[in-house]
Write a protein that binds this ligand. Structure first.
Ligand code: 5GP
Ligand code: ZN
Length: 112
């Protein structure tokens, strides 16, 4: 499958690794929107949040376990935001489910 984030998870395209385990890979976003901005993905391809189901949702739980681990690892003690963009109106540009972890600045709400 010709998927950018599958290739990044497999190490076929270089990235700045933040965290990795059996199920999850996290790397710095190439176009950061905050002083700390990483992308967290399940290694297994899921195209988007609209494709989460009872047979793959444990991978999403693993992503959120990684969120807490990365927050500790990176000492994000003032807080952070996790964002998932899904589909065209959601602003998703890469068709492999991913979660943005943004931190180290005050993040506006609502996001607009
Ligand atoms: P989306 O807009 O789909 O929610 O987020 C995709 C994100 O992937 C964007 O923030 C974009 O900067 C990031 N991105 C796209 N291509 C690459 C790449 O080749 N390497 C890295 N590290 N990030 C990428
Ligand atoms: Zn993929």
């Amino acid at each position: 499958m010709d998927c950018l984030f599958c290739k990044i998870a497999a190490g076929e395209i270089p990235s700045s690794k933040v965290y990795e385990d059996e199920f999850v890979y996290a790397f710095l976003d190439i176009d950061p929107q905050a002083p700390f901005h990483c992308i967290i993905i399940p290694k297994e391809h899921i195209s988007g949040a609209d494709m989460i189901n009872e047979s793959n949702s444990t991978l999403i739980a693993k992503v959120f376990e990684a969120v807490a681990k990365i927050a500790k690892q990176e000492n994000l003690c003032k807080g952070f935001r996790v964002v998932n963009n899904c589909g065209e109106d959601g602003g998703q540009t890469v068709g492999h489910i991913h979660f943005h972890l943004l931190a180290r600045r005050n993040l506006a709400w609502p996001p607009g």
